[in-house]
Design a protein. Structure first.
Ligand code: MN3
Length: 202
């Protein structure tokens, strides 16, 4: 089996006060775990079993709904945990900062666009910063557990930063106040990891 369920790279309470311990614990051990288990069950004994996620997502329109939803849920949360850090926040530097400035105008302009994508995603889904095939950056959003690597979306690219805006990601602490949760997210971003993702995507 190619796939492993990842441990969280910090303690469940490490992102307090921005994301509370109980939310993180349920999110990782119940929600993420269930996507992983159901994804493994959905590919078991099929020709997808020995493919990578990139290849599975590139042809996901031909796969089962279970593969799409649970494979997406597995991958999306893997990325999400990695781009958060108890020592996060601040601003990106180096090549990533230059790319954000040249693609969006400024860090604040990028943040405004990302905030809009996250706040205006109706129902459940994700906001993303992606690297497109032409190496440019773009902000996009996908419903449910879809992501921009899947062949079912209009905007394609490799996610380097993602924000889960499902209610399970914030409801215990923020209830219906999704914008407050989105605001707190900026205090947690591991920009070094995002920069590493950017380098890899180029
Ligand atoms: Mn989630």
């Amino acid at each position: 089996m190619n796939f492993e369920f990842p441990a969280l790279p910090y303690a469940y309470d490490a992102l307090e006060p921005h994301i509370d311990k109980m939310t993180m614990e349920i999110h990782h051990t119940k929600h993420h775990r269930a996507y992983f288990d159901k994804f493994i069950a959905a590919i078991k004994g099929t020709d997808l079993e020995n493919k990578g996620l990139d290849e599975i997502f590139a042809g996901v329109s031909k796969a089962s709904v279970a593969v799409r939803n649970n494979g997406g849920g597995f991958y999306n949360h893997n990325l999400f945990w990695e781009v958060l850090s108890p020592n996060g926040g601040g601003a990106p530097s180096g090549k990533l900062a230059d790319a954000i400035n040249s693609n969006f105008g400024s860090l604040d302009d990028f943040k405004a666009r990302f905030n809009d994508a996250a706040a205006n995603r109706f129902g459940s889904g994700w906001a993303w910063l992606i690297v497109k095939a032409d190496k440019s950056l773009a902000v996009t959003s996908t419903p449910n557990q879809d992501n921009p690597l899947m062949d079912v979306n209009d905007v394609h690219g490799r996610p380097i930063l993602g924000l889960d805006v499902w209610e399970h990601a914030y409801y215990l602490k923020y209830q219906n106040r999704r914008p407050d949760y989105i605001g707190a997210f900026w205090n947690l971003i591991n920009w070094e990891k995002v920069a590493e993702n950017y380098e890899k995507a180029l």
